[in-house]
Write a protein that binds this ligand. Structure first.
Ligand code: SF4
Length: 488
């Protein structure tokens, strides 16, 4: 069978982010400084979505011919597979119609987060909606092809280690680079785990599952080894929303990464209170260069309203300082544009971002993803249901105290004001360009390990079970008070 994986990079989409819903890019409004910020956002060529690399491997393992097509719709394939993002829904729909018209008898599969949450976007087009995880096609392809139903639910993968390694060869992987995380390229996506046990009600990562599944460190490092050999990957971006739930596995992973034949760089994404100093040190020693975390807003009231548990301010500051002392970049997500936001509350987010001072601050405009609880709760306050606007850089809600234009202006101001200041340059510079440390720049006193963050009674809505194994190997679980990253 000839299989075409259809894709697009139009509209500045990055499909693998926001739980597979995809995000756009900062439009660069707000004059020349805004355009400078946008320039840095645009430099990267992010890898294609990880699920497409898995699907390439899966279809080949099953004996099919796989080709990747960017924006074109080649004729004559037996199966066209789409992984739409929200912002490219219209383009993808158009390509599906074209495939069906030009290749009579072909099948079209729609997979991924949008297939799970917004299947109605493809109403009227003769496609098969694949619900669940697309990689389940490894086991259920025949069933999906045989089905005459509009929707086929393939379910979730029981054992992530049973998947073949992603196959990047159809995607020109030598071009992949993510400059805010790494200085060495090409870059691949990789995963240590899937899912999250927390309950932030706006988060697209938990639409499919509210639990964690983990891969073995041995399989992960084998995958890295294969990617280094086949494509020369020099850096790996872990796409887990919650890296490091199991400390023992993290230390084992660090040990194995340290045994790779060449030094690599890697980045992770997690809740900052999950990553204690000993973990940071162990990972840094074997190539950790960057950590993405969510800080979101200093307003505890806002966080709790949307079921996100706060972390103490001093813990957040200490974490950023610890990372800076170790030379690890921090990429912190902040959210602005809640319906009740005021000019002052948005400027408070900016002030707080500057005071915590991560290497990179990413200001996202609150976006109601279809399929989330937030979307349902806030439905009457959504100004547009046009998915192409859901870039995380476009105001899409009705605001009680602000116009959408004012939200956009304040958003641009956050970016400009954050980066164009001397303290950012002085603190971020030595982390981004380590050679500056030779001149005594960037010296940081490491804050003492903070007090235990798990103290106090568990909060019923938080849902986090941290796995910590005591020395005897017995497993203990306890609830942890926290809030987490921006799910970008
Ligand atoms: S902690 Fe992160 S991944 Fe988990 S629910 Fe919250 S935003 Fe989503």
């Amino acid at each position: 069978m000839r299989v075409v994986l259809w894709d697009t990079r139009k509209l500045d989409v990055a499909k693998d982010f926001a739980g597979g819903m995809g995000i756009g890019q900062f439009p660069g409004n707000g004059g020349i400084l805004g355009r400078v910020v946008r320039h840095f956002f645009k430099r990267d060529t992010r890898p294609v979505a990880l699920n497409f690399a898995y699907l390439a491997a899966i279809f080949r393992k099953l004996g099919h011919q796989v080709e990747y097509s960017l924006d074109r719709v080649p004729r004559g394939a037996d199966l066209y597979v789409f992984n739409p993002s929200l912002i490219t829904v219209a383009l993808e729909r158009q390509a599906m119609v074209q495939a069906l018209a030009e290749t009579p008898g072909c099948r079209v599969f729609v997979t991924g987060a949008v297939a799970n949450s917004l299947a109605e976007a493809f109403d009227g087009v003769n496609v098969t909606i694949i619900k669940g995880e697309p990689e389940q096609l490894y086991w259920k392809l025949d069933e999906a092809l045989a089905s005459t139903e509009r929707t086929v639910d393939v379910g979730k993968i029981k054992d992530l280690d049973a998947l073949p390694f992603p196959d990047w060869s159809p995607f020109k992987p030598r071009k992949f680079r993510i400059g805010f995380d790494f200085s060495q390229f090409p870059t691949a996506f990789i995963q240590q785990s899937r899912g999250c046990t927390l309950k932030c009600n706006y988060c697209p990562y938990i639409i499919l599952e509210n639990a964690n599944r983990l891969r073995s460190p041995e399989r992960i490092v084998e995958e890295m080894r294969a990617g280094i050999k086949a494509h020369g990957f020099r850096s790996f971006k872990f796409r887990d929303p919650l890296f490091g739930v199991d400390r023992k596995r993290v230390f084992r992973l660090a040990e194995l990464i340290g045994q790779l034949p060449r030094k690599i760089q890697f980045s992770i994404e997690s809740r900052l209170d999950l990553l204690k100093f000993d973990v940071l040190k162990a990972l840094r020693e074997v190539g950790l260069t960057s950590i993405t975390v969510g800080i979101e807003t200093p307003s505890e009231e806002t966080l709790r309203r949307y079921h996100r548990a706060p972390i103490r301010d001093d813990r957040q500051r200490d974490f950023i300082l610890q990372c800076r002392a170790l030379g690890i970049r921090t990429v912190a997500g902040f959210m602005i544009g809640f319906p009740e936001d005021t000019e002052e509350s948005i400027l408070n987010v900016l002030r707080y971002a500057k005071s915590v001072n991560p290497t990179f601050a990413n200001f996202n405009i609150v976006t109601p993803y279809p399929g989330t609880e937030f979307f349902q709760v806030i439905k009457s306050q959504i100004a547009t249901f046009d998915p192409t606007q859901y870039t995380v850089y476009t105001p899409v809600l009705k605001y009680k105290n602000l116009t959408p234009e004012r939200v956009s202006e304040l958003h641009a101001k956050c970016f400009k004001s954050y980066y164009f200041r001397s303290r950012w340059l002085v603190t971020a510079g030595p982390v981004l360009w380590p050679s500056l440390r030779k001149f005594g720049l960037g010296e940081v006193e490491v804050p003492a390990e903070p007090l235990p963050v798990h103290a106090g009674p568990p909060k019923p809505h938080l849902g986090l079970n941290v796995i910590e194994r005591p020395a005897d190997g017995a497993e203990a679980e306890h609830a942890c008070e926290t809030r987490h990253h921006d799910a970008a």
